[in-house]
Write a protein that binds this ligand. Structure first.
Ligand code: ADP
Ligand code: MG
Length: 231
């Protein structure tokens, strides 16, 4: 599905990632962990095409996409929910969701009912402006918008960050339901070890520009991971 090999990427003179290899297989939920500033968001942006690699390859569905612009990657089936609830605050909830539909392969006109089943709160707020929603509701809207495009791979960058526990639980349920269906893959940046050990199939920890630990979540050693996450 997603195959990143030997990725080097950075800003200006400095490289943030120096040879990272990572895979997400079809239907897998993969959790990416690492301290603040190690380059988790940088990796996500390289996958969606907002940053260009200096070395290495990014392949999606067996095709090298490293030179493709972001809109082409989105249409190919990569959905992206950036860190920090990126919605259009001046647009209504419905308008935000419709923007998601534009990227859908089947050019759907109606927001699928499935999305409202996942996020019931959004259905009650269709005419409200995005900016009037609570932080947690905005995050649900951002995820719903990405799902409206029916991606094959969903990139979620710290979706639970700064969000009230009740909404965290709802977002977890959504990821669990995606996992049950096994029709979409997820690459999730998430600091919570509990999540990495329960919902994820596979995990990676990056530090100092490289993958320092990876494995099946079932075999994850909490002590070992913590050593890389704590300063
Ligand atoms: N636009 C940018 N310009 C320059 N440096 C950046 C930029 N964005 C991030 N960085 C730097 O790159 C490093 C990795 O950042 P980031 O990928 O956001 O880390 P993480 O998501 O793991 O917290 C940090 O040292 C950060 O300061
Ligand atoms: Mg980040």
């Amino acid at each position: 599905m997603l195959d990143i090999a030997d990725l080097e990427v950075g800003y200006g003179e400095s490289s943030v990632l120096r040879g990272v290899s990572l895979k997400v297989k079809p239907g897998q939920i993969v959790c990416l962990m690492g301290r603040n500033g190690v380059g988790k968001t940088t990796l996500m942006k390289s996958v969606i095409g907002l940053l260009t690699a200096r070395r290495g390859t990014v392949a999606f569905g067996g095709e090298a996409i490293g030179k493709q612009p972001p809109d082409k990657r989105a249409r190919a089936g990569i959905g992206y929910v950036p860190q920090g609830r990126d919605i259009f605050s001046q647009l209504t909830v419905e308008e935000n969701l419709r923007l998601g539909l534009e990227a859908s392969p089947r050019k759907m006109k109606q927001v699928p009912e499935r999305l409202f089943a996942m996020f019931p709160v959004l259905q009650t707020m269709l005419k409200r402006r995005g900016g009037d929603l609570s932080g947690g509701q905005q995050q649900q809207l951002a995820i719903a918008r990405a799902l409206a495009a029916e991606p094959k791979l969903l990139l979620l960058d710290e979706p639970m960050e700064g969000i009230q526990p009740s909404v965290v639980a709802e977002i977890e349920h959504v990821i669990e339901s995606i996992k049950r269906e096994r029709t979409m893959s997820v690459l999730l940046v998430e600091q919570s070890l509990a999540f990495a050990t329960t919902i994820a199939d596979y995990y990676y920890v990056i530090d100092k520009g490289a993958v320092v630990l990876e494995g099946h979540s079932a075999d994850l050693s909490v002590e070992e991971v913590k050593r890389h996450l704590l300063v």
